[in-house]
Ligand binder design. Structure first.
Ligand SMILES: [Zn+2]
Length: 142
């Protein structure tokens, strides 16, 4: 009975760990600021299209068309500038935040392992004899 319960707990923990990890990894959160700006941009483009259509159909005077178009283009420029600003702040924030976590984990174990006890030369893989001084390196590991 106790063994059965232990097994169930172990399985639950395993499923929990395996189930949580893939979800946590790929989604940081940077979608939202652009989404909001993209919507504004799309709205302005649509207004420009409507404006052009109305002008072509003859609903608008030349003057009105030029004025409204200028306003919309100014608004569009402001939105595009904001998009650039958001992108820059995101890029500025990223290098310190995301890749640092990735780099840290695999780094430590490599360098110290295969060091020659005689001359202190280090090697990436295990050697029978030191590539620097030619003395046997096995002694250090036994
Ligand atoms: Zn050596």
């Amino acid at each position: 009975m106790i063994i059965a319960i232990t097994c169930v707990i172990a399985i639950v923990v395993l499923v929990f760990v395996l189930g949580v990890r893939p979800k946590d990894l790929p989604e940081p959160e940077p979608v939202s600021p652009f989404l909001h700006l993209d919507e504004r941009k799309a709205a302005i483009y649509e207004n420009l299209r409507d404006l052009q259509f109305e002008y072509r159909v003859g609903k608008l005077s030349d003057n009105d068309y030029q004025l409204t178009k200028k306003d919309l283009q100014k608004e569009l420029a402001a939105v595009l500038a904001e998009v650039d600003k958001v992108r820059l702040t995101l890029q500025a924030g990223r290098p310190t935040a995301a890749p640092a976590a990735k780099v840290k984990t695999p780094a430590p174990p490599v360098s110290d392992n295969y060091t020659c006890p005689h001359c202190s030369a280090t090697f990436e893989k295990e050697l029978k004899f030191c590539g620097e001084c030619g003395k046997p390196m096995k002694a250090v590991r036994a």
